[in-house]
Design a protein around this ligand. Structure first.
Ligand code: ATP
Length: 616
């Protein structure tokens, strides 16, 4: 036999999961929630009391002869009729005031508790998203994640405050009114409740359908947000390829579907509400039919009938609302599950047990038989082994897609190798805490991302807590100080999204300043000069020279004239380290590297002016 909690979880299949997941946050707000529950109990008590003054007026003032029992409430028993009426009418106001006050207290305390719980969950979700591995983020759609962190969270808050509390009040009211009805007259109570099973069965099936449609709608809304985020993020490409029409069509299609699904959930909710209304009418008619007969027999008083009818209306009104609330709560659970789905994703790369804070690195790097695959079926790096001494400058060269950026990602521990070991200063990377490892590496990418904040903060992100003087020093090192000072607001200039107001070279120099302020012993440069014109390239190269002066440097480049004077060149092809040595050594070998170099030299002398080198 299913227990009641099993039944409730069948009713809301995700409810147990949601409660279990967020229990710690809920427990933290136990004081406010207890106040809300006490308020709730008082409100239900006031609701129970509300028809009783009317009953007493009917039975002992208006129709004293319609039944044969005496008023057995001590302080009212001997009251004069005028006083009795006064007390009973005043008590109607008193009960209403008690109900209003307790409802106010429980709503306010629940709202505060819910806001705290929700903002806690939102922060937890945001923090978790930041820690999830790149593998997750490459698969997830940013628009979808944004929907989860914004509208799903908002919906959850709305459900807790506006629907969960009333639902609880309604359930308590229903249960206690049924109890009082049975205490007063079990036969009338049974008649009144005869329709309840029909209501339960119909609401179960409709709520399930609402849940399914709501899930589909949320998925679609997320997809729409993802499409919008992607197309707005790549607006230049969209306009250049004239994709506006196609994307608009896709968006409109999803938008229409989402609107249809929303209409369907409304339709189901409305159907449920109307079913409840008809069932209340049936129950009222049945109670009246039997109740009048019992009053005529003298087995019940007219006041009893009033209490019954009022309870029926009051108990079934919540039941009607119950339908609406269950529909809302179903949708809220869908949102909560979407949040939980993300929270339950384990970061693939995380601090291992017993990881230590990395000491200051000397910068010795070693790869030993490292293999890695993004997907099971395709190996990206195969059995890579090499060593880099502290302060060495190493160039990673090779055809596009050969695995150079992947190698660097492994060094940053954005991914862990499938086999083999990567170590810095003789210790496996996995023995260091992630933040202490990454804090000692600076990185400059081909297309540096700048955040939508001031230039100063963009540079300071490299070393949190950096002073203005340090920011300025880093900017000077990066050849960026002069152009920053020429901007109207200098270091306070706000970057628009992705820093589009600056030229490519200027953005790179800010990124170099951000890398420089870290004073990291290991510097990673991933094609930092690609796409720059000659003048910008010169400025960036100068900045890079200063940045890498005292660090172990790994440079990914396709431009072999840049890497020519490096201490070591690693030639990677199809995930394998095919050659390793200085430029001279590799040229003497006369194999892959030499062939590529000669090809590039031929192209350069024929078509392009010679490229500058990166020697200090
Ligand atoms: P390029 O010189 O063009 O930047 P690369 O040598 O740096 O190329 P990687 O970016 O490391 O090469 O890519 C190596 C292989 O791994 C490629 O086949 C690429 O398609 C694949 N790859 C890269 N990133 C991912 C990813 N996030 N998920 C799946 N496959 C990936």
């Amino acid at each position: 036999m299913a227990s009641s909690s099993q039944k409730s979880t069948q009713y809301f299949p995700g409810l147990r999961k949601v409660i279990r997941q967020f229990w710690p946050q809920v427990y933290q707000e136990k004081t406010l929630l207890s106040v809300a529950i006490v308020g709730l109990v008082i409100e239900v008590f006031a609701r129970l009391l509300s028809p009783w003054p009317l009953k007493l007026i009917f039975d002992y003032v208006l129709l004293p002869n319609a039944h044969n029992a005496d008023l057995d409430i001590p302080f009212l028993r001997d009251a004069a009729p005028g006083v009795l009426i006064l007390i009973l009418t005043l008590s109607i106001i008193g009960v209403a005031a008690l109900s209003a006050m307790s409802a106010y207290i429980s709503l306010v305390s629940l709202s505060i508790a819910a806001s705290r719980i929700i903002s806690d969950i939102r922060s937890q979700l945001y923090g978790h998203l930041q820690r999830l591995s790149l593998a997750f983020h490459y698969q997830a759609k940013s628009g979808d994640l944004l929907t989860r962190i914004t509208s799903d969270i908002d919906r959850l808050r709305d459900v807790i405050v506006n629907h969960a509390l009333p639902l609880l009040i309604n359930l308590f009211t229903l249960v206690s009114m049924v109890g009082v009805m049975f205490w007063m007259d079990w036969e009338l109570a049974l008649i009144a409740l005869a329709v309840l099973p029909i209501f339960m069965v119909s609401s179960l099936s409709i709520t399930q359908r609402i849940r399914t449609v709501a899930q589909r709608q949320r998925r679609r809304e997320s997809a729409m947000a993802a499409t919008a985020a992607e197309s707005i993020g790549a607006i230049k490409v969209v306009q250049a390829l004239s994709l506006e029409g196609v994307l608009e069509q896709m968006f409109t299609h999803d938008n229409r579907k989402s609107q249809e699904e929303s209409a369907r959930t409304q339709q189901f909710s409305a159907g449920l509400k109307r079913t409840a209304e008809i069932l209340v009418a049936v129950a009222t008619a049945l109670v009246l039919w039997r109740g009048v007969y019992l009053v005529q027999l003298g087995k019940a008083s007219p006041g009893d009938l009033i209490v019954f009818i009022t309870y029926l209306k009051t108990a079934f009104k919540p039941t009607r609302e119950l339908a609406k609330q269950m529909a809302k709560i179903s949708r809220g659970i869908v949102s909560a599950e979407r949040i939980i789905d993300v929270l339950n994703v384990e970061p693939e790369v995380r601090n291992t047990k017993g990881a230590i804070s990395a000491p200051s690195f000397h910068g010795a790097i070693q790869f030993e038989n490292v293999s890695f695959a993004y997907h099971d079926h395709q190996t990206t790096l195969q059995n890579l082994s090499f060593e880099v001494k502290p302060g060495q400058r190493v160039a990673l060269v090779g055809p596009s897609g050969s695995g150079k950026s992947t190698l660097v990602s492994l060094l940053l521990r954005l991914y862990d190798p499938d086999s083999g070991c990567i170590s810095i200063d003789g210790q496996d990377l996995r023995q260091y805490r992630l933040d202490s490892l990454r804090n000692q590496m600076s990185i400059v990418l081909q297309d540096s991302i700048l955040f939508g904040t001031s230039i100063r903060d963009n540079i300071a992100y490299g070393a949190l807590g950096a002073t203005d003087a340090e920011v300025k020093r880093a900017a000077k090192l990066a050849n960026a100080h002069e152009f920053i000072m020429a901007l109207p607001d200098g270091y306070k200039t706000l970057m628009s999204e992705r820093g589009v107001t600056l030229s490519g070279g200027q953005r790179q120099r800010i990124a170099i300043a951000r890398a420089a302020i870290r004073k990291a012993p290991i510097v990673i440069l991933d094609e930092p000069t690609v796409g720059l014109d000659n003048k910008s390239e010169q400025a960036v190269i100068q900045a890079l020279k200063r940045l890498t002066r005292d660090s172990t440097t790994l440079l990914i480049t396709h431009d072999l004239s840049v890497s020519k004077d490096f201490d070591q060149i690693l030639y990677i092809e199809a995930g394998q380290l095919l050659e390793q040595g200085t430029h001279e050594e590799l040229m003497q070998r006369g194999q892959h590297y030499a062939a590529l170099y000669q090809l590039q030299s031929a192209v350069c002398t024929n078509h392009v002016p010679p490229l500058p080198t990166l020697t200090p």
